[in-house]
Design a protein around this ligand. Structure first.
Ligand code: ADP
Ligand code: MG
Length: 339
């Protein structure tokens, strides 16, 4: 397991500052002319820092904006508002990023088989990014050997094609590809969601091992809090495009301060608060086209008060984390928390 100390004070790798991403739903000339364009706010005023060497877990229900945020970080999308910096320098769309910045960020997606070209052997698929980088044949061959052993695949797997592999093996290939150029950062968008439960733990353990051996900085996305418990140093919880709470993992699991985090935790049988009531979230997530006024969570919040429908909460620093709630659960509010 990664060390779970607060990482405040370590060097920021990515800084996400007040980032909003909107998508236009209907964008016809008529809509433009008469002002009836509709927008989805997929990511809504998010600020987050990812520190060198840490694993930040990002969780939230489907549609909460996790993949959009990942795509903003990797430069597939550009923010509508706000700024993203890498090593202190603003970065935009991937096409505008210098090659050395691009090769420092690896990506792993949910469906490993779809991310590997079916016409390529596994060896060619892993070789591809190194070839594109202009590495010599001998350097690539040496690296290939290292990579296969790093993700526990044999030479025998290397000559196969994606459809001949199990989901877990295919995800190992995708991970080998993602770390081929020795990136500093790995962005993993639900890397275990499509895998059998028995395989999920193996892939998570492999990632923990890689993180320790290679000193990687990771953004690990999952829709379920229990998936990130053993891999993340800190966890950010998203709801309707907003980060509701960020805290070191242990603190977040033991003393959640946002009622949404608390509800997600009480849905995990072996983790839910001792002797506490299980909070069941009623109703569906509201549409990000028409998000609720005030606190976006108030329509489903079990402890919402009338003012929650009016006031959009500011972040409140609590211990080593922060929470976006007018009435956070913890009463020991300390000023000066920096995350
Ligand atoms: P998650 O990964 O948490 O499931 P997403 O980031 O995929 O969430 O989506 C967040 C919201 O933004 C959803 O309502 C989704 O429908 C919308 N969305 C995502 N990508 C696009 C897009 N390219 N165009 C329009 N809407 C989008
Ligand atoms: Mg997603």
């Amino acid at each position: 397991m990664s060390p779970q100390q607060p990482t405040t004070g370590s060097t920021p790798v990515f800084e996400i500052e007040s980032v909003t991403k909107r998508f236009a739903l209907s964008d016809s000339l008529l809509d433009r002319a008469i002002g009836t364009r509709e927008f989805v706010t997929a990511v809504d005023d998010v600020s987050l820092t990812i520190h060198e060497g840490e694993t930040l877990g990002l969780v939230g229900e489907s549609g909460s904006g996790k993949s959009t945020l990942a795509n903003l970080i990797t430069g597939l999308y550009e923010p509508t508002e706000g700024m993203i910096s890498f090593d202190g320098e603003p970065v935009g769309h991937v096409s505008a990023r210098p090659t050395d910045v691009r090769s420092q960020i690896g990506m792993v997606f949910q469906n490993p088989k779809a991310s590997i070209d079916p016409r390529m052997s596994i060896r060619d698929a892993i070789d591809e990014p190194m070839k594109a980088q202009g590495w010599s044949r001998s350097r690539r061959e040496d690296r290939m050997e290292e990579l296969l052993s790093l993700v526990n695949l044999s030479e025998h797997h290397a000559d196969r094609y994606a459809h001949e592999l199990s989901g877990g093996q295919a995800q190992r290939v995708a991970i080998a590809r993602a770390v081929a150029l020795e990136p500093r950062v790995l962005v993993l968008d639900e890397p275990t969601s499509a895998l059998d439960v028995s395989v999920q733990a193996k892939i998570t353990n492999l990632l923990v091992e890689l993180q320790e051996r290679l000193g990687l900085t990771m953004l690990f996305i999952a829709h379920d809090l229990s998936v990130v418990e053993h891999i993340a140093d800190r966890v950010a919880v998203m709801y309707l495009g907003q980060v509701m709470e960020v805290a070191p993992t242990e603190q977040l699991f033991e003393r959640p301060t946002h009622p949404y985090t608390s509800a997600l935790l009480s849905a995990i049988p072996e983790v839910g608060p001792d002797g506490g009531e299980t909070v069941i979230l009623e109703g569906d997530i509201p549409s990000p086209v028409n998000p609720p006024n005030g606190c976006v969570f108030h329509t489903r919040c079990p402890i919402a008060r009338p003012e929650c429908a009016e006031i959009n909460p500011q972040y409140e620093g609590i211990s080593h984390g922060r929470t976006k709630c007018l009435y956070p659960i913890d009463d020991e509010i300390e000023s000066g928390a920096e995350q």
